[in-house]
Design a protein around this ligand. Structure first.
Ligand SMILES: [Zn+2]
Length: 91
């Protein structure tokens, strides 16, 4: 297998890398190609930017969701829990 992919192959690998891990050979070839080919480098940068933006949006959403589930307990529930703990401590 040749090390240096063509532009078409490089673009194919880029879109593949969005969905799955590339093999080491593919990654090296892609890096090499992006290093030598300014057009693919630009395209690759854009793909990475979009991927990062998507990832950040997902992470942000997830952290917001977990914050929601961490809303403080209602006072009554707190008192119940306290009574429960006191009971189990005293027995
Ligand atoms: Zn290229």
């Amino acid at each position: 297998m040749k090390l240096m992919p063509t532009c078409n192959e490089a673009v194919e690998m880029m879109s593949k890398s969005m969905d799955m891990e590339l093999t080491t050979v593919e990654r090296v070839g892609l890096k090499l190609h992006a290093f030598l080919c300014i057009h693919c480098k630009k395209y690759w940068d854009q793909i990475l930017m979009v991927r990062d933006a998507v990832r950040q949006a997902v992470e942000k959403q997830e952290s917001e969701e977990s914050t929601c589930s961490l809303k403080p307990l209602p006072e009554q529930r707190k008192a119940e829990l306290k009574a429960l703990i006191n009971n189990s401590l005293s027995t």
